[in-house]
Design a protein around this ligand. Structure first.
Ligand code: GLY
Length: 366
């Protein structure tokens, strides 16, 4: 399957050396404290002398206008002109926010994404969605702009904690659920994340996304299917960000996994997803991600947050719901009441998973 023409998968040093054959007036590298420590040393020997490092704190809570101002200020201080290059070295926050700052600085300078997390490799850095959170709403302010280049090196994944890897894996599972039945079966056959052939599955997952995005780059229609699990997933993620202590914070993919279970429950009722396929999805996702502890009294607030979802039209909630594993519909209208029912169904699912013999599996195992 075809990769987008701006994506290179392979050794990052080689990709960067080729890229730097183009001429740029200045080069800045955007990092956070983690990618500065673990990833910058890998690319630093390839970068020309005099490049600038722009360091920002890691975490979704910093994906905001204030941090953008720091980035624009740093570019201004180094007198970056329109021929400058910004290299975004990091996960989804760095690629979304760094890309947004580059796309708006002096009406746009070139930027390169070097995604270092699985989530950013298969999703955030692909397809040109850039942006920041605003007043608690995820990716509320942003633009569409393709990067000059995306360099994907799956050896970065070895630097990730297991929870981060599992979070990114949710987007691979989502790509398979919406568009590739066979990929779903291959991905769920892996017993442990460390057994996965990352180069192969990342390549395949990007190609699935590209097949969708190339038909609808600005999300007027088909691209909305990439948001399966995200209406409720984002609402859960936002709710936790605002209402729970940092130590209970959810990673994006963890919230999306819960969102996919709840939306698949709704899909049985609204788009005819077969019950047996729902059970299969629920089983695999609960086994890998466990269950997020949401209390029944929190459901109404979470469902309300979904009213801000960018897919909604004329105040009507529009969901992307699968109709079978590998096939997804978009613009499926839903009410707040239905979202509450789906969240309640999720809350009432047993946290313990049973295998086909009824034996309890209490360790989230992959
Ligand atoms: N992350 C969904 C999209 O790029 O459309």
């Amino acid at each position: 399957m075809q990769l987008p023409d701006y994506v290179r998968i392979g050794q990052v040093q080689k990709g960067l050396a080729e890229l730097l054959q183009h001429s740029f007036s200045a080069i800045a590298v955007l990092v956070d404290e983690n990618t500065y420590q673990y990833c910058y040393p890998i690319v630093a020997p390839i970068l020309p002398q005099g490049h600038q490092i722009i360091a920002i704190p890691s975490g979704e809570q910093h994906k905001n206008l204030q941090t953008c101002q720091q980035i624009w200020q740093a570019l201004t201080n180094m007198q970056a002109d329109r021929n400058a290059l910004l290299i975004n070295l990091g996960g989804g926050v760095i690629s979304d926010m760094g890309g947004f700052c580059a796309a708006t600085y002096k009406r746009g300078i070139r930027f390169v994404q070097i995604p270092t997390t699985l989530l950013a490799q298969v999703d955030a850095s692909i397809g040109g969605k850039l942006g920041i959170d605003f007043q608690g709403f995820k990716n509320h302010i942003g633009v569409f702009q393709l990067p000059f280049c995306v360099l994907i090196d799956t050896s970065f994944l070895a630097t990730l904690p297991w929870r981060q890897l599992r979070s990114g894996f949710a987007e691979l599972l989502k790509h398979s659920l919406i568009a590739d039945w066979q990929a779903w079966h291959e991905l769920t056959r892996a017993h442990h994340l460390q057994d996965v052939d990352w180069q192969k599955v990342v390549h395949h997952s990007i190609a699935i996304k590209e097949r969708i995005v190339s038909q609808d780059p600005h999300e007027k229609g088909l691209r909305k299917i990439l948001n399966f699990g995200h209406t409720l997933g984002h609402a859960i993620e936002t709710y936790f960000l605002e209402n729970r202590p940092a130590e209970q914070g959810l990673l994006h993919g963890e919230a999306i996994a819960a969102g996919m279970i709840a939306e698949a429950w709704l899909a049985v009722r609204k788009t005819g997803l077969p019950q047996q396929e729902f059970e299969e999805i629920k089983w695999h996702l609960l086994q890998l991600y466990g269950k997020i502890a949401i209390s029944q009294h929190e459901i109404a607030s979470i469902a309300q947050l979904a009213l801000q979802d960018k897919k909604n039209q004329n105040g009507i909630i529009q969901l992307s719901l699968i109709e079978a594993i590998g096939a997804c519909k978009y613009n499926v209208p839903a009410t707040v009441k239905e979202l509450k029912e789906a969240l309640l169904a999720y809350c009432q699912m047993p946290a313990e998973i049973h295998d086909n013999n009824g034996t309890s599996i209490d360790q989230v195992g992959m």
